[in-house]
Design a protein around this ligand. Sequence first.
Ligand code: 9D3
Length: 261
Amino acid sequence: MRVDVVTLFPEFVQQCAGFGVIGRAVERGLLDVVAWNPRDHADGGYRRVDDTVCGGGPGMVMLIEPLRRTLAAARQATNGHAEQPADQPAPVIYLSPQGARLTQDKVRQLAALPRMILLCGRYEGIDERLIEHEVDEELSIGDYVLSGGELAAAVLIDAIGRLQEGALGDTQSAAQDSFSDGLLDCPHYTRPVSDEYGEVPAVLLSGDHAAIARWRRMQSLGRTWLRRPDLLEGLALAVSDQRLLEEFIREHKGNPHEQDH
Ligand code: 9D3
């Protein structure tokens, strides 16, 4: 997949895609991240990319013209691979606080596209007319205030990049993700088996794979019940899961953990 990012901070976005799983996906050619700076498409000695807000008020708004040119250049670009010509449709996604909240379902949809163009705003945002004419979709990463769209673009690239075929190793798997079955992950432990902070649960050392799978499932259900009841409400649990959750709740009520309410 190819991701073009329109941003006033191209080095930031490019570097974000350089580490860990995503860095390896880029090295292996599973993911291409190309950043475009609207300042390179701005006029005049000052290369202005913003102007004051019409109607008055604080802050600046990003100009239409540099963004229009930058988007046109990004759309026409190819990366030299014959199978990735400029005529592949590239939806323009504007990262903005006004967007729909990003979900793992949306991440999965976008990860299946051959390419996309991410548009990052700075200042108060982008002239609404550019959004109306060029943007296919507006996405937010959550209800908190960032200073621009670049971190949100990096989040989206990370979430999409790791889903590219071959990006995750054999031991990791997108199928095992928290949220892939709508539940939170179970707790994980490694050596030493005994530490001043406590013991590894005995079942995990038992070698009984069925018992381990059952314990993990119960922990996933229980933690989701404790921490994210909103996620459980959207699920129709199998009878076996209902029984496991009831068992967790019985045990929890007998022995509530300090951190969990
Ligand atoms: C201080 C400016 N705010 C006035 C009420 C509006 C505002 C403008 C621009 C708030 C944040 C931003 C910059 N944010 C993003 O570009 C952004 C974002 C976010 O802030 N939160 C969650 N997801 C995203 S995606 C892009």
